[in-house]
Design a protein around this ligand. Structure first.
Ligand SMILES: C[S@@+](CC[C@H](N)C(=O)[O-])C[C@H]1O[C@@H](n2cnc3c(N)ncnc32)[C@H](O)[C@@H]1O
Length: 254
């Protein structure tokens, strides 16, 4: 992980969960979609790559045991520090790239389910990293990538929307990479309607809650906030979040 990103997540770790706290309905919705798609079974070996503070780890933990804990993998120690202390969770401080290259100093046993939620855009080499993760799967194992597509409808300022798009992989490219790695792949889009107080939204943007916002200077961000304020004079802002769900499955006879 580069220094800039490391700083971003170190700074965000303390407020990351409160960012979403006002949206427990979103967390419940997203956790349900993840579980319906990934379908981890009791006793299966599960990894959450780019786990962050572990917003979805509790649901995954329900299937885990002390012998087969959820592998919570993330390069940011301050984010990992927020995870629940529980024998059913094993933290691994590593990037996905380090994990697949064995540079994390750790090689997992074959995995039955891998979740990558809003972290795939940080992978430096999408094809290589996804095929490396696919190689960690046991026969019948699944990998689920949940990601925002490049074009988002967030009420941000135009430069942030454009820069976000530049750094975000196309879901179709993720699907192709998983297919090339020998997995059977399905993809779908899931939509979630957000309604948020304008001031709350401006506060999130000012706090640079998305990593792309950390790439703007203070002055650029202030100008951006002004543009958002002008475009959204009303008290509440509504928009639709669209997530791509790309699911790959290694055939049973692989
Ligand atoms: C937007 S957060 C998502 C966290 C969590 N999955 C969630 O949905 O709440 C992205 C996470 O990816 C991690 N990350 C950054 N680069 C990574 C990489 N190369 N491999 C794996 N994780 C990475 C960051 O440290 C951060 O915790």
């Amino acid at each position: 992980m580069n220094e800039h990103l490391d700083e971003h997540y170190s700074r965000l770790a303390n407020t990351y969960d409160t960012t979403w706290e006002h949206r427990p309905d979103y967390l419940e919705w997203m956790a349900g979609k993840i579980m319906d798609s990934l379908r981890p079974l009791p006793g299966e070996r599960v990894a959450d790559i780019g786990v962050g503070t572990g917003l979805f780890v509790e649901r995954l933990m329900a299937c885990a045991t002390g012998d087969a804990p959820v592998l919570a993998v993330d390069p940011s120690q301050p984010m990992l520090d927020k995870l629940p202390q529980d024998p059913r969770v094993r933290t691994v401080r590593a990037t996905a790239e380090e994990l697949v290259d064995g540079r994390g100093g750790f090689t997992p046993e074959p995995l039955d389910a891998i979740l990558i939620k809003e972290a795939v855009h940080h992978f430096s080499d999408l094809d290589r990293t996804l095929s490396g993760l696919a190689a960690l799967l046991a026969p019948g194992g699944r990998v689920l990538v949940v990601t925002l597509p490049p074009k988002i409808d967030y009420p941000l300022f135009p430069a942030a929307i454009d820069r976000f798009a530049e750094g975000q992989p196309e879901p179709m490219d993720i699907a192709l990479a998983l297919r090339r790695a020998g997995l059977d792949v399905t993809a779908s889009y899931e939509r979630y309607s957000v309604e948020i107080q304008r001031d709350n939204w401006l506060e999130l943007v000012r706090g640079r809650w998305m990593s792309v916002l950390s790439t703007f200077t203070d002055a650029e961000l202030e100008r951006g906030l002004q543009l958002i304020g002008e475009a959204h004079p009303q008290q509440r802002i509504s928009f639709v979040e669209t997530f791509a769900f790309v699911l790959g499955r290694l055939p049973d006879d692989a």
